[in-house]
Ligand binder design. Structure first.
Ligand code: GLA
Length: 385
């Protein structure tokens, strides 16, 4: 029988060994970025949900859950070092299904809208469920955001990473081809959260995968985003009709409330109802055409929250980015900490191809063929000012 004294000594020894190995890690220059896997409750039908927490040595933490490969929380330090959650969402997995609003989810197979839920591919017509007025939105009735993803791998330092995957059956939600998708979240020591979506298919199909994080950089202060200074690296955007389907035009932002080429507060022109596009969107809910060559990582957006000093830069490979100011939130979504979310409480920046691209031959193509790999990469980089 070990005496209390030997047990105490063993505990001290264990603590010392742990401390020594941590010190060795730090001395060898290896980073403290860690990825930890844990339970995240169950769905109403008993399905177990897991979450992976990525933490770096610079104060950032990202939690990703297997339901919808969702970014459930993102903790970022402010200019005083206060670490606070900067994305909207729910405390439990169940609420994501009970009151879905795409908070931080992975959206697919087709993010954003397809007009009337119809498109043709190689002469064949496809019909999708219409779940947004006359149109199909965000992959249909049960898109990738409402599916259970698998954790393929979890890796600690130098960068902390989780790879999740999902296999979408041929014909699921009306889309052709079995599609295999992965979502890779990587947290770096430089306070960047990198997210990469990849997909392959067994038959020609269409694809547009994105993440739908709702950012509120004020953290616990929970101010609305009207005072956020936004810069969008886009000379043009795609105007929409009354159902938010692009008309096909690529309109110059110059001289309109859509000009964010220089930093300007979101609220400055959001009520300018002389612009019909503001009326249609109830504010901003539009696809911007990101300047520069699609396929190369380039700056798409900067968001600065002046009080906390948090600044987020968004770099994308996608041709477009949907800028949405949470216009449909009406105080009936009760999020983390039982906070009611209202219109203008967040900014979404959803990198992807243009909405309704399958019905616009001159838009960047959403087509994916067997043997090819679809890749959509986005980086959310944080600093303070
Ligand atoms: C996208 C759309 C919006 C809205 C949200 C989810 O941003 O463009 O119109 O549907 O998703 O509520």
């Amino acid at each position: 029988m070990p005496t209390r004294d030997t047990m105490h000594k063993q505990t001290l020894l264990k603590r010392w060994l742990l401390g020594a190995s941590l010190a060795a890690l730090t001395a060898s220059g290896a980073s403290a970025a860690t990825a930890t896997r844990g339970d995240f409750g169950t769905l109403a039908d008993g399905t177990k949900v897991e979450a992976v927490t990525l933490s770096n040595g610079a104060g950032m933490t990202a939690r990703i859950m297997t339901l919808g490969a969702t970014l459930q929380s993102l903790v970022v330090p402010d200019k005083a070092g206060r670490k606070e959650d900067v994305v909207l969402g729910y405390d439990t997995a169940r609420e994501y299904l009970a009151r879905p609003n795409y908070f931080g989810v992975s959206v697919g197979r087709y993010a954003n809208r397809i007009a009337k839920g119809k498109f043709t591919l190689d002469g064949k017509s496809y019909a999708l469920a219409t779940n947004d007025g006359p149109n199909s939105l965000h992959g249909g009735l049960k898109g990738f955001d409402k599916r259970m993803w698998k954790i393929d791998s979890v890796t600690s330092g130098p960068d902390a990473r989780v790879v999740l995957s999902y296999v979408s059956a041929d014909g699921e939600e009306g889309f052709p081809g079995e599609m295999k998708v992965t979502a890779t979240y990587t947290l770096t020591e430089r306070n960047e959260l990198k997210l990469e979506y990849r997909a392959t298919t067994s038959k020609p199909t269409v694809v547009n995968l994105t993440n739908h994080a709702y950012f509120n950089l004020s953290g616990n202060d929970a101010r609305d985003v009207m005072g956020n200074l936004v810069t969008l690296n886009a000379d043009r955007f795609t105007p929409v009709d009354a159902t938010l389907i692009p008309t096909g035009e690529r309109r110059a932002v110059a001289g309109t409330p859509f000009d964010f080429r220089k930093p300007i507060a979101v609220g400055t022109r959001i009520r300018d109802a002389r612009d019909q596009q503001i009326r249609y969107g109830r504010g901003y809910d539009h696809n911007y055409i990101v300047n520069g060559a699609a396929g190369t990582l380039r700056l798409a957006a900067v968001v600065e929250e002046p009080v906390s000093g948090r600044v987020m830069e968004v770099r994308v490979t996608a041709p477009g980015i949907q800028f949405y100011t949470g216009n449909f939130m009406d105080g009936t979504y009760f999020g983390k900490g039982q906070r009611a979310y209202r219109q203008g409480d967040a900014i979404c920046l959803e990198p992807g191809t243009f909405p309704d691209a399958p019905n616009h031959p001159d838009f960047p193509s959403a087509r994916l063929d067997p043997g090819k790999t679809y890749v959509n990469t986005m980086v959310y980089a944080f600093r303070t000012k």
